[in-house]
Design a protein around this ligand. Sequence first.
Ligand SMILES: Nc1nc2c(ncn2[C@@H]2O[C@H](COP(=O)(O)OP(=O)(O)OP(=O)(O)O)[C@@H](O)[C@H]2O)c(=O)[nH]1
Ligand SMILES: [Mg+2]
Length: 223
Amino acid sequence: MISVVIAAFNESATIADVVRGVLAALPDPHEVLVVDDGSTDETALVAREAGARVVTLPVNRGKGEALRTGIGEAAGDLLLFIDADGQDDPSEIPRLLEGLDGDTAMVIGSRFRGRLLDGAITVVNRAGNQFLTFAFNVLHGSHLTDTQAGFRLVRRDALDLPRLRARRYEIETELTLHVLRRGGQVKEVPVTRSRRDHGASGFFRPYDGLRILWCMIIGRFEP
Ligand SMILES: Nc1nc2c(ncn2[C@@H]2O[C@H](COP(=O)(O)OP(=O)(O)OP(=O)(O)O)[C@@H](O)[C@H]2O)c(=O)[nH]1
Ligand SMILES: [Mg+2]
C-alpha cells in the first residue's frame, strides 16, 4: 500500500488541488495523509473535503516534525512525499513509482534533472540548492543532483523512524542519509517544478541552509 504524506502549513489555496491530483494519480491501495501543522487558515478543512485524512498539530512545529508525525501515522509499506504548495505535479507520481525497481529504496524527483518552469526557483535558491547537493555528494560519496527535493518515494522499511530528528527543512537530507546508511540505493527521476502561486515559502535561507549543512555533516560521523 502507498501512503502519501503531505506536510502543510497555511496552504488552503493549493492543498485541494494537490490532494485531488494525488488521488487521481495513485494506484490502489492507497491513503493520503495531510499533516496540518498548526495552520491558521482552512488547510485542514479543505484537505479533508478533497479526500485526505488530516492529522492536525496544535501549534506550528516545522516541516520535519510534520513529516515525522505523518510517517508515524502512515500504514503503507511505501511512503510518498509531495509538497502542499502546488509546486510539484502529482501527475508525475507514476514516474517515481516506475523508478522503484528491486534494488532501489528511495526515488527522488529531481528538479535539476527535470524542468524548472518560469519562476520556480530564484537564482539564489538555485545556487544554494546546488551547493548543498555538492556538499552532500562530497561528504557521502553519492552522485545526486537534488538532495533537497520534497517530492520523493521511499520504502518504509528503509527508515528507522525513532532515529529521525529533523524539525525543519533538513528532513529531506536526513531521509536520504538514513536510506544510504542502511545500504539502500537512492535513484533520481526527472520531474517538473512550478512556481509558487499562493502563500509564502517558510524557508529562511541562512538559518535553514545551515541546518541542512549541519545535518549532512553530523550524519557523516553517525554510525
Ligand atoms: N507541516 C508543515 N509543513 C510545512 C512547514 N513549512 C513548510 N511546510 C510545507 O513544506 C512544503 C515546502 O515548503 P516551502 O516553504 O514551499 O519550501 P520549498 O518548496 O522547499 O522552498 P521554495 O522553493 O522557496 O518554495 C510545503 O508543502 C509547505 O506547506 C511547516 O512548518 N509545517
Ligand atoms: Mg515551495
